[in-house]
Design a protein around this ligand. Structure first.
Ligand code: DX5
Ligand code: ZN
Length: 223
């Protein structure tokens, strides 16, 4: 596994040719499959659900990186405990007791994560870091693919990386949103270890998936 990991954003995949996309992502060396779950309440949009996650787990050997953008994730987490090595991330502001919800996720046999909205500070989630194995800095407002980077998010990646290091924690640092060919070098430089690759890079529609994965891996120095 390379130092910087690639987590293709499956909401950007071609649903009419999902099996082909999955095969290409595996062959091209993706590390995770990022699945955005939206409930039309916490975010205005609707996207994927548990059946889609189960199908991915059946159809591939890659761990799922499930990003819950839903209110009260404690009610829904059991439906997403899918596949070995998978991680289920919540937005802490969507649940009354984030630590309890993170423990619930871990008790389901999957890894727990948090996703940090652009308006939330790193300090506000610091107490949760010992309970998670992944912390995702949202670099756009959650809800849609194809948005522009919120520039202040890069400093937060750096702040989070320093905090994780200072506390000696084992937490993967992920970036999600406008992870573009141009933004990747500075995101990695700031401390990002997992890149959610969506319409800004891997699924830009210009190169094929295998070709774009190779380009991504060259950019992060893993090839
Ligand atoms: C945003 C989603 C992302 C999105 C990233 O809420 O979580 O996964 O698809 O892709 P782009 O590159 O379109 O921002
Ligand atoms: Zn996401």
């Amino acid at each position: 596994m390379s130092a910087v990991r690639i987590s293709p954003s499956m909401m950007c995949a071609d649903f009419l040719h999902l099996a082909d996309d999955l095969e290409a992502l595996q062959a091209g060396g993706a590390d995770y499959l990022h699945v955005d779950i939206m409930d039309g309440r916490y975010v205005p949009n609707f996207t994927l659900g548990p059946d889609f996650c189960k199908a991915l787990a059946r159809g591939s050997r890659l761990p799922l990186d499930i990003h819950l953008m839903v209110e009260n994730p404690e009610h829904h987490a059991p439906s997403f405990a899918v596949g070995p090595g998978s991680v289920v991330s919540i937005h802490p502001e969507t649940t009354r007791h984030p630590l309890r919800t993170l423990e619930l996720i871990r008790s389901l046999g999957v890894r727990a994560g948090i996703a940090i909205d652009p308006a939330m500070t790193i300090a506000s989630v610091a107490e949760m870091l010992p309970y998670v194995s992944l912390a995702c800095v949202m670099t756009v407002n959650p809800g849609y693919a194809g948005q522009k980077l919120v520039p202040t998010a890069l400093a937060k990646v750096r702040e989070l990386a320093e905090l994780v290091k200072a506390r000696g924690l084992d937490v993967e640092i992920e970036v999600d949103g406008n992870v573009s060919w141009e933004n990747i070098p500075r995101m990695v430089q700031a401390g990002a270890q997992v890149l959610v690759a969506g319409s800004s890079s891997l699924f830009d529609g210009k190169g094929g998936l295998v070709e774009n994965l190779r380009r991504l891996r060259t950019l992060i120095g893993s090839e």
